[in-house]
Design a protein around this ligand. Structure first.
Ligand code: PLP
Length: 393
């Protein structure tokens, strides 16, 4: 008797699905050192370029001096310190919700919120393309779990009709692997009509979207009534780490009482909350980052269309190039890498079978010249790939 790990790993290789971790030997940013080589990267989620921002780093350093290195305990014991509390107040204000609760990661915020709200006899309805943490949360909750077709309100409505018990409709705000926006006004209306609640995980919308970076709910002007459970993560556009759930006083108190991934884990280092307070300030105040990002996105979409690449219906810094076949996506990513450009090949099971893609992401820290370098490398590599596949043509 044994675990046959070797053959599982060999099968993963054979399907072109084997994953490897690039070793980052520099701070996050457009110009990185990966596996010993300088590269131009278009694959992080640091959309506003705040992960290596001098003021954010200085706030972290001051936080360490004042509050030490670690949280030391869970929030309910003695790990809930001043900066955590101040950040919760600032995030409530930012989202226009009565309260916000800080979690150590987005994965845990999602597990915590869904499992605290639902149990046996309830129903959770999720967009098919939701982030893995939302799907895992739905399964773990023990509620009846059903996935509706991506962004398809009819498909959602027919499931809502059959729903039993407390019903939670759960969706990404910006879909992490496609970059498109949830059809939130329609989703919220359908849910409200059946007395269901909506939970939005806007990990990729906070920062880039909305006039002050308030994400998809600011973009569509949706309040607490429309979206009672709002989740954001702090490791992406905020450039730091952690996550939050924003909502009513009762929701937050319920999570403090019942969300196990909140209760049974150490609070994040308080200095990280100090850094996030600074990045929140920059994110709201300095709208030039969003404006620059939007320029890069538009120029990329024009340039990619000229090359003949297939893009997705995305207005966000997530601009995937749809390839289909996993081996082909890996090949294109390798050709770009040979030219010093780093773009991740995203394959099943992260995306549906047959929809492997290069997930290009932009940051406000990218320059227009860096974007042009990406476009010319893409044009060359795309031509090389076509030649290799049809050598006689
Ligand atoms: C990244 C991500 C998460 C997880 O957040 P972490 O803080 O990295 O754990 C959750 N939901 C979505 C949609 C994400 O993209």
């Amino acid at each position: 008797m044994s675990f046959d790990l070797a053959s599982r790993l060999a099968a993963r290789h054979a399907e072109n699905l084997y994953r490897q971790r690039p070793l980052l030997e520099s701070p996050q940013g457009p110009e990185v050192v990966v596996d010993g080589r300088p590269m131009l990267a278009f694959c992080s989620n640091d959309y506003l370029g705040l992960a290596d921002h001098p003021e954010v780093k200085a706030a972290l350093q001051r936080g360490v001096e004042r509050w030490g290195a670690g949280g030391g305990a869970s929030h309910l014991v003695i790990g809930h310190s001043g900066p955590h509390h101040d950040l919760e107040l600032a995030l409530a204000d930012f989202t226009g919700r009565p309260r916000a609760l800080l979690f150590s990661t987005g994965y845990m915020a999602n597990l915590g919120a869904v499992t605290a709200l639902l149990g046996k006899g309830d129903t959770v309805l999720e967009d098919r393309l939701n982030h893995a943490s939302l799907l895992d949360a739905g399964l773990l909750s023990g509620a009846r779990f059903s996935r509706y077709l991506h962004n398809d309100v009819d498909s959602l409505a027919s499931r809502l009709e059959k729903a039993e018990g407390n019903t939670l409709v759960v969706t990404d705000g910006v879909f992490s692997m496609d970059g498109d926006l949830a059809e939130l006004p329609a989703v919220c209306a359908a849910a409200k009509a059946r007395g269901a609640w909506v939970m939005v995980d806007d990990a990729h919308g906070f920062g880039p979207l909305g006039a002050t970076g308030g994400g998809i709910v600011e973009h569509f002007g949706l309040g607490l009534d429309d979206v009672p459970v709002l989740v954001g993560t702090l490791g992406k556009a905020f450039g730091t780490a952690g996550a939050f759930v924003a909502g009513s006083e009762e929701l937050i108190e319920t999570l403090i009482q019942f969300a196990r991934p909140y209760i049974y884990t150490t609070s994040q280092p308080p200095a990280v909350a100090c850094a996030t307070l600074k990045s929140l300030e920059l994110l709201q105040r300095e709208s030039w980052r969003r404006e620059h990002l939007n320029k890069l996105i538009q120029r990329f979409r024009e340039g990619a269309a000229e090359i003949g690449l297939t893009l997705m219906d995305s207005p966000t810094p997530i601009q995937p190039i749809l390839i289909g076949d996993s081996a082909r996506a890996l090949k294109l990513s390798a050709l770009l890498r040979d030219r010093g450009i780093l773009v991740g090949a995203i394959r099943p099971p992260t995306v549906p079978a047959g929809s492997a893609r290069l997930r290009v992401t932009f940051s406000a820290a990218h320059s227009e010249e860096q974007l042009e370098s990406l476009l010319s490398a893409l044009a060359e590599c795309w031509a090389t790939l076509a030649k290799e596949e049809a050598p006689d043509a």
